[in-house]
Design a protein around this ligand. Sequence first.
Ligand SMILES: [Zn+2]
Length: 350
Amino acid sequence: MKSLVMEKKGELSLRDFPDIARAEEHLGPRDVRIRLHTVGICGSDVHYYVDGRLGPFVVTDPMILGHEASGTVIETGAEVTTLAVGDRVCMEPGIPDPNSRATRMGMYNVDPAVRFWATPPVHGILRPTCVHPEAFTFKLPETVSFAEAAMVEPLAVGVHAATKARIRPGDIAVVLGAGPIGLVTALAALAGGCARVYVTDIAPKKLEIAESLSPAITAVNVAQDDIARRVLADTDGWGCDIVFEATGSPRAAAGMFAPLAPGGCVVMIGGQAEPVAYDAGAAMVREARVENIFRYAHVFPRCVAMIASGAIDVKPLITRTFDFDDSVRAFEIAASAPAGDVKMQIELPQ
Ligand SMILES: [Zn+2]
């Protein structure tokens, strides 16, 4: 099966990967077989390619990349009831152990046994077909395209963060970082009821994209402007209700309480390779609530519903699309972190 394989750090190839059919393509009674259509390139895929690792996960053997995907059901297991051949779907890439303690407690995303696509030793889905549980495969309405559906995975992170923040209608939020996750978080915060969302970055092009998403988004270039000063000036010195930290940068984390109002909430989203210091004193005097998220748990149906209704429009975030045959080049471009791109996607032949 022709797949996009990360051979080792810094080396990709598009080649036949015979082992995958044997190892991961067995159709169980509650599984569906899916022909992949669109796969988004994630920062984590790029990290594995460039660094050979991400946090504690190290790639030691050739691994197929990709986990943000949509496709079409081409076969169903004997006990599948909610999906049929021909259904267009998107897939949640992490499968927990259904019997684990975390799963039974309703937080399956932190199940230590979760098997997540393109996280070693589990292969990703930049390949023609895959087998996936019915329970983690979500049918798309007519109005949601394959490209939009492949955005559900990153959007799910923003929606989970917005849920953890416990937004109230009219809240003012700050999103630190205008990368793909920062931008989907801003969209989720607005859909969740925020009146205004400030989005910070140092890349003018990213801020331009952020501001184009909604009149309720204000872009702040923190290379020139101080976000805390700006937010305090706009709120009579009170501050914002929520700060979403979506940079993973220790510098951003160091100052993340400065724009926050008393009683406000900080949600940590950005991945942290090293321990990060933050100002506990600034948190204390505000009685700030600090939340952490790890991926998401069962928000895919909400994401699909919000894209379908128009409550969230992810289309402006999809800035480039490549053919599968071009996927090595797509990753090389993604690794160069082009300023004008948010989400690049790969389309597989149908
Ligand atoms: Zn992703």
